[in-house]
Design a protein around this ligand. Structure first.
Ligand code: TXA
Ligand code: MG
Length: 348
């Protein structure tokens, strides 16, 4: 479907359950009635459609150019909506829901047949979360239906952390964008499969492995997250993702980075560097972008996707990036950077 105009609703006040502002009501009604509308969550912007309608959900795949074998996460406003969607709620999942919902944790359950088939892409399971963002929650409450929502970028591009990012990718392809400002976490939710005896993490994200293990004990990690040669258990993790236009290469040794910049520039390339505030004065390159501070990796998570998009606007040929420790949110940062670089890393 194409739209002559993609609406932008700027929301700075979500009102209360009994008195929602007209912009939230309009966007929610469009979703309920089968349109595709982008909205902010605490992780990244999502592209929402009524998860009960086959046609509405197809609209998401068309707008994004998303492969149809990649299932969508279902967003709900409250825990009592879950019973309609899943066969059972395992004990560990209950503990996780009470600890991390609303929040950046997607839990995979065995599904009931209530949702449009396209949501789960033929799988017997469904991923669900309650987002922790006032605009998302108001919209979900007002729509009154479960909302399927992937990240609101064109397939393959970095996920959007502002309404402008969404607009840049999807103007003319979706009914509208609810603008609730910059998202907080900046990286997507953690995806954890609780449909089997032992929970297994498919995607590191806003809730860390350490935080999950503190409440339910040891979890498994999809071997594909560790060994790049394995096929990931989550369909979406096998695709190229988050890729900026320029070639991105990760450099393990910070001391070597300037040498690699110089070599590429000697070949006539326009070179960008992705660093932090600690490193930004150390490099001579065509463009140097700082994405936060190493002393608080949540700042890097928040800015990473926006920085990758900034390079796209600078006509860079090659981006060389520093790497980060794979602990806490660092695991999610490195997962996204590795994917954006297509696994291209210069080892120390
Ligand atoms: O933070 C987020 O999770 C954002 C916001 C909008 O909520 N959404 C998001 O959706 O990142 P998306 O579609 O970009 O990523 C969903 C990931 C994909 O890798 C998909 O394959 C996986 O979750 N997934 C969804 N349902 C699954 C299932 N039943 N089994 C395995 N993986 C699943
Ligand atoms: Mg995505």
């Amino acid at each position: 479907m194409s739209y002559k105009q993609t609406k932008i609703w700027t929301v700075d006040n979500v009102g209360s359950r009994s008195s929602r502002p007209p912009n939230i009501k309009e966007a929610a009604l469009l979703i309920k009635n089968g349109d595709v509308v982008a909205f902010p969550t605490e992780t990244v912007y999502g592209l929402g459609a009524n998860a009960l309608s086959e046609e509405a959900v197809q609209g998401i795949f068309t707008a994004k150019g998303r492969p149809s074998d990649n299932p969508l996460i279902v967003h709900i406003a409250a825990q009592n909506q879950l019973e309609d969607l899943v066969l059972d709620i395992p004990e560990k999942a209950k503990v996780l829901m009470n600890s991390f919902w609303p929040g950046p944790l997607t839990i995979i359950f065995r599904k009931k047949d209530t949702l449009a088939r396209a949501v789960t892409a033929g799988l017997e399971t469904v991923g669900v979360r309650i987002p922790n963002h006032p605009v998302a929650l108001a919209l979900l409450e007002e729509a009154g239906v479960p909302v399927a929502a992937p990240s609101a970028n064109l397939s393959g591009k970095p996920s959007p952390t502002t309404a402008k990012h969404v607009f840049d990718d999807l103007a003319g392809r979706i009914a509208g964008v609810v603008d609730g400002g910059v998202t907080g976490v900046g990286l997507e939710s953690t995806v954890l499969d609780c449909s089997q005896e032992r929970p297994i993490m498919y995607r590191p994200g806003g809730v860390t492995k350490e935080e999950i293990e503190a409440v339910i004990g040891c979890i498994d990690v999809d071997p594909a997250l560790v060994t790049k040669s394995q096929t990931p258990k989550s369909p979406g993790m096998k695709y190229t993702h988050y890729a900026p236009k320029a070639t991105l290469i990760l450099v393990e040794e910070l001391e070597d980075l300037q040498k690699h910049i110089d070599e590429a520039r000697a070949q006539g390339k326009k070179v960008g560097v992705l660093t932090t505030s600690e490193g930004s004065s150390n490099y001579q390159a065509d463009v140097v972008i700082s994405c936060g501070t190493r002393y608080d990796l949540s700042t890097v998570a928040a800015q990473l996707f926006g920085c990758l998009r900034d390079f796209d606007n600078q006509e860079i040929d090659l981006i060389l990036s520093e790497v980060f420790p794979e602990e806490g949110v660092g695991a999610a940062i490195m997962n996204r950077l590795n994917k954006a670089a297509g696994g291209h890393i210069i080892k120390g």
